[in-house]
Design a protein around this ligand. Structure first.
Ligand SMILES: Nc1nc2c(ncn2[C@@H]2O[C@H](COP(=O)(O)OP(=O)(O)OP(=O)(O)O)[C@@H](O)[C@H]2O)c(=O)[nH]1
Ligand SMILES: [Mg+2]
Length: 269
């Protein structure tokens, strides 16, 4: 379906919301949904759930957190679990976003846990990427490790009711000049309207600068390259045979074969 509707996509504005586990992304997204609705806009949410033992139960949590909009026909919320999508999560998420886009949802929010490459890839498909961190260095460092800080379009320092929010906001502002930093308390709604305004300003800036198409083209090119790489690796593994592939890796680990030679042996099948 995602392939069939692809020609009809590109009309929605996709807002990525990423950040470390428990930073308050879902609570914040719920607040952003309320802002969109207050402005009369229909909005869809795709929440990517890692379903790891650490955050198990978050799927149900997301539903509970977004329940306030459950009966609003102008809101669509869908959680997608990582479990059962080994390596295919990015593909499945992008597909869901494209179906929603083609179906005419003007705003689509994608929540991912910014802790791995898949999440970075999904976040990279956003028109506006919001990176959420809580006060303190731990969260910022984790976001940084995942590589999302440097691609953020808007920073949210959530849990600003906790100590250290000002310092974290200052550090982010210093690290990324020109990127808006908004302090929020998602649980009370404080600063959430300001965050929605910052997203709208980023959209307006990108649009006025005529950069939307180029940004989307770069994102699509990245997606195609990543798929080709995945496919090439899968083919090489299948051609070589799983155990033989692993045997080559063992040769490298034992330093009897160098990585380049190993790659060439595997690619040649
Ligand atoms: N004190 C405080 N707590 C908050 C704030 N925002 C969220 N929380 C709480 O933090 C916890 C995690 O919030 P979530 O919205 O589930 O965070 P998340 O980033 O979506 O979590 P995952 O999707 O599991 O990574 C919940 O107990 C929230 O009530 C805030 O601004 N201040
Ligand atoms: Mg969440």
């Amino acid at each position: 379906v995602a392939a069939a509707v692809f020609p009809d996509t590109g009309r929605a504005w996709v807002v990525g919301v990423t950040g470390p586990p428990g930073a308050g992304k879902s609570t914040l997204v719920d607040g952003l949904v309320a802002c969109a609705r207050a402005g009369g806009a229909r909005i869809a949410v795709v929440a990517v759930d890692p379903s790891s033992p650490l955050t198990g139960g978050a799927l149900l949590g997301d539903r509970v957190r977004m329940q306030g909009h459950a009966t609003d026909p102008g809101v669509f919320v869908r959680s997608m679990a990582t479990r059962g999508y080994p390596g295919g999560l990015a593909r499945a998420t992008r597909g869901a976003v494209r179906v929603l886009d083609a179906a005419g949802w003007p705003w689509i929010v994608v929540e991912t846990v910014g802790a791995g490459q898949v999440d970075v890839d999904v976040a990279g498909a956003a028109d506006t990427l919001v990176v959420v961190v809580a006060p303190g260095w731990g969260d910022a460092l984790q976001a940084d490790k995942a590589g999302v800080l440097e691609v953020a379009d808007v920073h949210a320092v959530n849990k600003a009711d906790r100590p250290g929010a000002d310092e974290t906001a200052r550090d982010l502002a210093a690290a990324r000049p020109g990127v808006e930093v908004v302090k929020t308390v998602a649980t009370t709604g404080e600063g959430v309207a300001a965050l929605w305004d910052a997203v709208a300003r980023h959209r307006a800036r990108l649009t006025a600068a005529g950069e939307v198409e180029a940004r989307r083209a770069a994102g699509l090119a990245h997606e195609v390259r990543a798929l080709v790489e995945q496919d090439a690796l899968a083919r090489a593994r299948a051609r070589t045979g799983g155990p033989a592939f692993d045997a080559v890796l063992e040769e490298v680990a034992a330093r009897r074969l160098d990585p380049l030679a190993a790659a060439m042996r595997v690619s040649a099948g």
